[in-house]
Design a protein around this ligand. Structure first.
Ligand code: G4P
Length: 528
């Protein structure tokens, strides 16, 4: 039997983040192609009907909006490794969800569109990544089309997200007239060859420098000059800075034609960290060979309309997971039977029999298990909770038809547990009119849609005048409640949240009455 440590060393668990349309789905499909998990006939990879296999478009709302809201997990073999790929929602409004997914990953890949660089609406997602100090690889996609200047893109990454983009490959030929890349590690020219819509792995022709100069002329000479410049600018790979989240190995490519995909995947295997021992709440790292443990980073109900169930996604942190194990739920101390454990590949599920550190397991009907909870076997452990974000949008929810109140209450509780929105309750109105709090307004759309369609409880949302929230305590709460423009609400985890109409009023209050407890709720502040 292989040791968990040996299996963990083969695991690469990473999240992929990008702007909508930058090419995340395409790149994911190409990863699967290179991993041998997709056998592509011409065009099959991109056939719309087949896209479901690589995307998480199972929610109607996602399809209507054309964005990914929920995230999926994919696993595929590559070289002698097992790659676990965690998808993240491609919109800033769901950055809290992205943050939770990143908690379960060991590295991230950022996909940018060469023509757009870093767009404002998704900047927040990258900031979230930066806050976690994750090793980040960058793939600049769509180089087959006209785009921005390569050096300009590097500057933009540095300036906007504060990470040094250090090219591992450098394009030969400008965006739109793509000839290939210089592999800076080997100094070779990797020539770009078009395939029909990238249906097969790109035939990569390795060309030596002399021939490259003869055949590519000016483009080659210019690229060589630029590569020299990169070194003088200090943009060389540095593994320590990469592991600390300060430097991002950067690749140029064209996912649709498969170009640069293999180089990126190879770097994921060679540079990105394998699953390692994870720190518990006290900072002690649980050895990989310790008995099984893991934590839940996502809960998703009703993924499959035919089943109406609830899946808790767990990242394995130590030991060997075997289906059927009876483990302990750290929060309640109760036993938890893992009879129904799956790997969740997009919308498809397969029973999983064993899993190792770095792998993601979907536990079906894990009723009492919440986001952040730890499960362990034999030797107790508790992993750190995943901090929640400071909400910026607040709306009061009321059921339209009071006859559906029971369904409404159940639905609200479910959305709260999943973290679709945060649910804040006024001690007076409680469940009748909970305040839904969100990082972005699209979270409300998801909540309303799901309450109506899954729980049969159409709701009406009314805006509130609150704009900012702070954590407070039981001593400060009565004083705050007596003030104008402030209210104190309760979260289901027992935290008291003070909500304010104006940030200026809050600032003044903090200056005038420093004895009041008004702490920041920003997750990035507390993230380790
Ligand atoms: P997303 O998941 O990040 O939202 O992006 P997705 O992969 O769906 O790609 C968005 C669009 O960009 C798609 O076009 C896709 O074909 C195109 N695309 C992806 N990678 C490349 C690339 O390397 N080069 C070029 N030129 N285009 C690329 P679409 O018109 O929305 O879909 P389709 O009709 O091509 O299927």
């Amino acid at each position: 039997m292989t040791e968990p440590r040996t299996e963990a060393a083969r695991r690469r668990t990473f999240a992929i983040i990008s702007h909508p349309d930058a090419g995340k789905t395409t790149l994911t499909e190409k990863f699967l192609l290179y991993g041998g998990a997709l056998t592509a006939g011409a065009g099959a990879v991109k056939a719309r009907g087949d896209r479901r296999s690589a995307t998480s478009d199972w929610m109607e709302l996602e399809q209507q909006r054309g964005i990914s809201i929920t995230s999926t997990v994919l696993q595929f073999p590559y070289r002698d490794c097992v790659v676990n790929l965690l998808d993240t929602p491609g919109h800033r409004d769901f950055s809290e969800d992205t943050y939770r997914v990143l908690a379960a990953a060991d590295a991230a890949v950022m996909v940018l569109d060469a023509a757009k660089g870093i767009e404002p609406q998704t900047l927040k997602l990258f900031e979230v990544c930066k806050a976690r100090q994750m090793p980040l690889l960058t793939y600049i996609n769509k180089w087959d089309r006209p785009g921005l200047d390569a050096l300009q893109l590097l500057d933009e990454i540095e300036e906007k997200i504060g990470v040094t983009a250090a090219p591992v490959t450098w394009p030969v030929g400008i965006a739109g007239d793509f000839r290939g890349v210089i592999d800076r590690t080997s100094g070779q020219f990797v020539r770009f060859t078009r395939t029909a819509r990238g249906a097969t792995e790109a035939p990569e022709e390795i060309v030596d420098a002399e021939r490259a100069l003869a055949e590519e002329g000016e483009s080659w000479a210019k690229a060589c000059e630029e590569v020299e410049l990169l070194s003088t600018m200090g943009l060389d790979h540095d593994q320590e800075l990469f592991l600390g989240g300060e430097l991002s190995p950067t690749f140029f490519g064209s996912a649709i034609t498969n170009f640069g995909v293999r180089l990126l995947l190879d770097a994921l295997i060679d540079l990105a960290p394998a699953a390692g021992p994870r720190p518990d709440v006290d900072g002690a790292r649980r050895p990989l060979d310790a008995p099984f443990s893991g934590f839940v980073f996502k809960v998703q109900a009703n993924m499959d309309k035919a089943h109406r169930d609830r899946i808790a996604f767990l990242r394995v942190c130590s030991g060997r997971f075997e289906r059927g194990l009876v483990v302990t739920h750290a929060t309640t101390g109760k036993p938890f039977a893992t009879k129904y454990a799956h790997t969740v590949n997009g919308a498809d599920r397969e029973t999983v029999d064993e899993a190792f550190p770095g792998d993601i397991v979907g536990l079906v009907n894990a009723t009492d298990v919440r986001v952040g909870d730890t499960l362990w076997l034999d030797e107790p452990v508790t992993f750190p909770r995943i901090p929640s974000f400071a909400p910026e949008y607040f709306s009061v929810a009321r059921v339209r038809d009071t006859g559906r109140f029971k369904q409404f209450r159940k639905g609200i509780a479910q959305l709260d547990e999943e973290g679709v929105v945060q649910v804040l309750r006024d001690p007076d109105t409680g469940d009748q009119a909970p305040v839904l709090a969100a990082v972005g307004p699209m979270q409300f759309d998801v909540a309303v849609h799901r309450l109506e369609n899954e729980f049969g409880a159409p709701v009406e949302l009314s805006p509130t005048t609150y704009t900012v929230a702070r954590r407070t305590d039981a001593a400060s709460a009565p004083l705050l409640r007596g003030m104008r423009g402030v209210d104190v609400l309760g979260r289901s985890d027992g935290t008291l949240i003070a909500v304010f109409e104006s940030i200026y009023w809050l600032d003044r209050l903090m200056a005038d009455q420093p004895e009041l407890v008004l702490e920041s709720l920003v997750a990035g502040d507390q993230a380790g």
